[in-house]
Design a binder for this molecule. Structure first.
Ligand SMILES: Nc1ncnc2c1ncn2[C@@H]1O[C@H](COP(=O)(O)OP(=O)(O)O)[C@@H](O)[C@H]1O
Ligand SMILES: [Mg+2]
Length: 350
């Protein structure tokens, strides 16, 4: 089960400290007890724990250190039968070697799972950007049209008799602002489709949501969705991967907009909330689309489950794996009087 979920790489200095302390305790116990008592097999537990660092070198290093300490203990232990000591040390070293080998295999398997998952997430992001192309093109073409209009205006102000440099300057300032806007949209798309290894940084969740909204603005408008946001002030900043978390929010927003875009009647309200409490950050995306039956809710996070023509059914599956890799939970519930609320929590512990 643990292999199933990518553990988010959060450096845990205390884990390293725990490892060193356990090895020291085992070493001392192994040295002060008689040679007949094989304390050294306990190093096996330390090696298994070292897998949690997600680094093969850590596993190998712990194995090597355990072997060395076992041998040193044997030399330092004053009491006991030497033959029993040799047999015990040899057994311990065999156990340490075998465990190190198995731990390395586990580590390699986990690395492959992480890799596959990150590639899948990347692919789904690229696909999603493809689906949003019309929307993104619109976001870029608007400032471009603005640039053309303001540029022409600037030329007119300069050609006028007498020329009006103050107005021309204001028009050129609008050109620069529009160019910045277009550049921002393109920058956001590039960051989302860039192939970068998972990162961990302090996340300003409101900022993150607003970046996603900037990319989905036209999508929201085209589906005639009314957007509201409700962000608590001074939200604490969880640690996570910016791009991955944006992908989750993007999936939830696009799903809600798509569902409401197909409505015949009724309001199309989208409420995005962010709040903190109980050591967690909570993000929720509430729509007034269609309320799913309990049996359908159970299936929405399954891979390849889609009720849309041409739907991949990967959005929520990938979102769940991202949220769980961050130590959080994703959920779906019925919204009253209609629609659904999808949301997720992120822990604030570290
Ligand atoms: N906001 C929502 N309201 C109702 N149903 C939803 C909502 N979001 C997702 N679903 C359901 O969950 C399914 C899976 O969603 P997802 O994993 O994003 O894949 P896709 O969007 O490709 O269908 C959708 O096909 C839809 O049936
Ligand atoms: Mg989707």
């Amino acid at each position: 089960m643990r292999l199933d979920r990518e553990r988010f790489r959060i450096e845990r200095p205390w884990l390293g400290l725990g490892l060193v302390v356990s090895m020291a305790v085992i070493f001392v116990a192994d040295t002060v007890t008689n040679l007949e008592i094989a304390v050294a097999v306990l190093y096996v537990a330390v090696i298994l724990i070292s897998v949690r660092f997600d680094q093969p070198m850590m596993v190998l290093g712990t194995g090597a250190a355990s072997t060395a300490l076992t041998l040193i203990s044997y030399g330092l232990t004053p009491r006991g039968a030497p033959e029993a000591g040799i047999a015990n040390s040899a057994l311990s070293i065999v156990a340490i070697g075998a465990t190190t080998y198995l731990a390395l295999r586990i580590e390699a398997a986990e690395a492959r799972v992480r890799q596959a998952r990150s590639e899948l997430a990347h692919m789904s992001r690229v696909t999603m950007m493809g689906e949003l192309t019309a929307s993104i093109a619109h976001e870029v073409s608007q400032p471009l049209a603005g640039i053309v209009a303001s540029g022409s205006a600037a030329m007119r102000w300069l050609a006028a008799t007498p020329p009006n440099p103050a107005e021309a300057r204001r028009a050129i300032e609008r050109v620069v602002a529009d160019a910045d806007r277009a550049g921002d949209v393109i920058g956001r798309v590039r960051r989302l489709v860039a192939k970068a290894p998972p990162s961990r940084e302090r996340i300003d969740i409101v900022d993150l949501i607003e970046e996603v909204l900037a990319l989905t603005r036209s999508e929201i408008r085209q589906n005639r969705v009314v957007l509201r946001t409700d962000f608590a002030n001074d939200l604490p900043r969880p640690i996570g991967d910016r791009v991955q978390l944006q992908q989750v929010i993007l999936n939830l927003i696009v799903n809600a907009a798509e569902i409401m875009g197909g409505l015949e009647t009724g309001p199309r309200d989208l409420l995005i909330g962010a709040a903190a409490g109980g050591g967690q950050i909570r993000v929720s995306v509430r729509d007034t689309g269609i309320s799913l039956a309990p049996a359908a809710i159970e299936r929405v996070f399954e891979a390849f489950h889609s009720t849309k023509p041409g739907g991949m059914g990967m959005g929520l599956a990938i979102s769940r794996s991202i949220v769980e890799a961050h130590g959080g939970t994703i959920y779906a519930a019925v919204n009253h009087p209609r629609g659904m609320v999808f949301g997720f929590t992120l822990p604030l512990d570290s």
